[in-house]
Write a protein that binds this ligand. Structure first.
Ligand code: FAD
Length: 537
């Protein structure tokens, strides 16, 4: 089979235009084209008066070698890559069960792949099964009651469960491990389009049923989950050669589980766990992340700005944007984790703090678009020295946001017009914020560092020139967005084990090796393989 890439057609093309374009491009007659399947579809809306669809198509032709020979110098006509996943081994008999800490996308894929290889992993999570967790999470959103161990960040499915479910990433993935993740997601109930869309998403409701289905698969293969099992200590011994080796984990209820392979997939919000790991001497470094707010615009403004007369076309869906600006003060401001047609959510996991994020349903048909509007932080510049200083930084601004919101989990919010003018908002305008349990109009500058406020004030008009309405005075910002990625990295060696603790495999976003659902899951596969490799007789 051949893969033909960068095949461009107008948005409003007829169905038969695709096979015709394939034949034209390959210089073959329609009779020579046996079959074609769309491998990927993206759109190019840079010129909104002439939006194009860009296809990658897998084609069977009568004489494949002749076509390949004819296009041997053309990188857009190649043999279709083999993206099927091959297990590197099966578990040897009598091997000890690996322990996976965390049931987010990373932990789930470590668990799944280990289970598929026959390792019967034990998966521990501090939170609850996804249905119970959903109720606890809604308690915060509806009633302002936070459950510190069961919330947006903690519990089955991890941080991505109440999200837009965007499933793309910019990681280098020469082994096509993303395909393994997407294929498993489809088996677990995700819509098959995720295999072909360039920017797939699944929305929050489907994610809930998908993680349940993945759980059934893992349990069916001999894996085991234990909920409300928080790891709060590591048993590390130094062997005769002076090497630190993991022997087991301690749980917060006093239980001890022996294990010589422990995978830490704890996500970016497990601050108590980060402190415990640091105290246990596990190698950790500070890592850049970002701070800012969520910004909301009517989705119709974004659609019109991006797609012009084609706004609302179902092929295009709700419009997204990615924008960035390098400021005079040396900071970079950028849009983060955009959720078209979604809602801003309360994402704190700690009492007395407010943190925002975004989510949406598969339909993406809520009134507002939201995205993080954030400023990059550099530990060396902003808080040098202590590897955990980023945690203190996040907590500081989240606490100020809690107070500014009214000390009841309402979030501080401000109209863009007031933010630019440097005056507090006393009321909001035509753009209605979606954050629950609600917002308090105020001055966001009191819960953001000065350098961030300065950079954001510079960037808003710049972004307004790129997206009409971005800088409209009634656009609403809700703060604070502090958890764009992990503030730490638990550095690994080539064998994916901690630099200084054998048998300990830091993984996923919390360890600083992923930034999103797909990349965390891909990292999970790599770590599962590394664990298996380390157990090879
Ligand atoms: P997590 O998903 O954070 O999972 C960590 C797990 O570890 C949790 O279940 C937690 O309970 C458990 N845990 C923590 N400490 C312990 C401990 N000591 N003992 C036992 N268990 C522990 N990414 C996207 O790609 N697309 C999106 O649309 C998107 N939207 C998002 C929306 C929201 C509201 C949020 C919060 C995040 C969103 N993200 C999105 C980011 C994405 O969710 C994360 O990148 C991803 O979940 C990271 O996966 P992970 O498995 O590494 O960690």
């Amino acid at each position: 089979m051949l893969r033909l890439t960068e095949l461009t057609l107008p948005l409003h093309h007829a169905q038969e235009a695709l096979p015709a374009a394939i034949c034209k491009r390959l210089r073959i007659s329609p009779r020579e084209l046996i079959r074609h399947v769309v491998a990927r579809r993206a759109h190019d809306a840079r010129d909104k008066t002439n939006i194009k669809l860009i296809y990658s198509v897998d084609v069977n032709v009568k004489d494949e070698s002749a076509v390949l020979a004819r296009f041997r110098k053309d990188r857009n006509v190649q043999q279709t890559p083999n993206t099927s996943y091959k297990f590197i081994m099966q578990a040897p008999a009598g091997v000890k069960r690996p322990v996976v800490v965390g049931a987010g996308p990373c932990g789930l894929f470590v668990g799944l792949v280990l289970a598929q290889m026959g390792f019967r992993p034990i998966i521990l999570d501090r939170g609850k099964v996804v249905r119970e967790r959903t109720k606890d999470t809604w308690d915060l959103w509806r009633r302002g009651v936070l459950h510190p161990e069961s919330n947006v960040q903690f519990g089955e499915g991890g941080a991505g469960t109440f999200s837009d479910g965007k499933l793309y990433s910019r990681i280098k993935d020469p082994r096509h491990l993303d395909r393994k993740v997407l294929t498993e997601f489809v088996k677990a109930g995700a819509p098959p389009e995720i295999l072909t869309e360039a920017h797939p998403h699944i929305g929050t409701f489907r994610l809930v049923t998908m993680v349940e289905s993945l759980r059934e698969t893992i349990e069916g293969l001999g894996g085991e989950y234990r909920w409300q099992h928080k790891v709060d200590g590591l048993d590390i011994k130094t062997d005769g050669s002076g090497e630190r080796c993991i022997q087991g984990v301690h749980l917060s209820d006093g239980e001890y589980i022996e294990a010589d392979r422990v995978i830490l997939a704890v996500g970016h919000s497990a601050r108590d766990t980060f402190a415990m790991l640091h105290a246990a001497g596990v190698h950790v470094e500070a890592k850049p992340f970002s701070i800012g707010v969520r910004i909301e615009h009517p989705q119709s403004w974004i659609d019109t700005s991006r797609f012009g007369a084609d706004a609302g076309n179902p092929i295009l869906g709700a419009a997204e944007y990615h924008i960035s600006h390098h400021c005079k003060n040396g900071r970079t401001v950028y849009s983060f984790c955009m959720c078209p047609g979604g809602t801003v959510v309360a994402a704190t996991s700690e009492e007395g703090r407010v943190a925002t994020n975004g989510m949406s349903q598969y339909s993406r048909n809520e009134r507002n678009a939201n995205s993080g509007f954030v400023v990059a932080i550099d530990p060396a510049r902003d808080y040098p020295g202590d590897p955990l200083a980023g945690l203190a930084f996040q907590r500081h601004w989240e606490s100020l946001a809690y107070v500014a919101g009214g000390s009841n989990y309402r979030a501080p919010a401000q109209r863009v017009g007031d933010f630019l003018a440097g005056r507090p908002s006393t009321a909001l305008g035509s753009v209605v914020p979606s954050y629950r349990p609600g917002v308090t109009p105020t001055d966001l500058a009191q819960c953001l560092p000065d350098f961030a406020v300065e950079a954001m004030r510079e960037a808003i008009p710049v972004f307004g020139r790129q997206i009409k309405g971005y800088d409209h005075p009634d656009v609403v910002m809700t703060g604070v967005e502090t958890r764009t990625s992990s503030p730490v990295r638990f550095t690994r060696g080539d064998d994916l084990q901690s630099l200084n603790t054998r048998g300990l495999f830091p993984a996923g976003e919390g360890a600083g090796y992923a930034g999103g659902i797909l990349s965390a899951a891909v990292d999970g596969i790599k770590v599962a393989e590394a664990v298996a490799q380390s157990l090879k007789p």
